[in-house]
Design a protein around this ligand. Sequence first.
Ligand code: ZN
Length: 316
Amino acid sequence: MKTVHIKSKPQKSISLLIVPHSKEISQINIATWIPKFFLGLILVVLLTSGYLTYDLYSSHNRLKESYDEKAHILKDLEELNEQQKREIENLRLKSAEVQEKLDSIAQLQETVRNLVGLEKTSEESTNNDASPSRGGPALRRSSVMDYEDIDLNTKMKELSSQLDQSSLELSTLIDDVEKRLKYLDAKPNLMPTSGRITSGFGNRKNPFGRGTEFHNGIDIANSSGTKIKAAGSGVVTFAGYSSGYGRYIIISHGYGYQSIYGHNRKLLVKVGDKVEKGQIISEMGSTGRSTGTHLHFEVRLNGKPVNPMNVINNMD
Ligand SMILES: [Zn+2]
């Protein structure tokens, strides 16, 4: 029975001999498929772990590449961010500078207005009060101080509109100054001749008799032939003779002003002539109702005689 069993399966098992030095030799029989199975299993494990290691390694590489790429992008973004921060800061400084310049333009406008004696129009003052970004220098100064809190975009828009406003104001100012200069040129405020003032404006003792009379102008005495100049630019509206004024001239200056030059020896202009302020128009004499060689200089405003000295001193 035992022999048959060994003969029927002689190649299906292998024997392991364990040979200790001190004890008996022992023998273990194991089936041949077992080492093959383990060999196969080890192979599978090796292949699997090899593949997994490769996969892990390549995943790691991909991740590293992706990380490097992202780190690069992040670095670029950080640089861009820094650059933009600098640009924004630059813009802030620049717009603060523009604001300061706008303030000085406003100040200059004010100076020019004061120089030519122009008041701010009521429309402009109303505008100033209505807009918080405009007005006095103190208000603008504070707007520069609050700068950090203001959105740059809003500030830029505000500056742009202020620039528009400023340029509008400047062209208005130029118009106003031109008008003002024209007016100042026309106003008969130039002393028309040299000499001694022998009679002022107002009540005076009648030089021809008793009592007093109202003197409509001033008398300036000098030698016969002394040059008489136009007190302001305008148009000659009369050049002729009357028993009172003698040979005399009337110049109309506009703005309600007229000037009259009496007792001349000789007239050098005629009706319709345009005269400049300071232009020689006649020579001093003693024609008409006169007690001696002098110029009777009279200024009328809206038809009424006013004190020529007040006009000359720009008090009227
Ligand atoms: Zn007089």
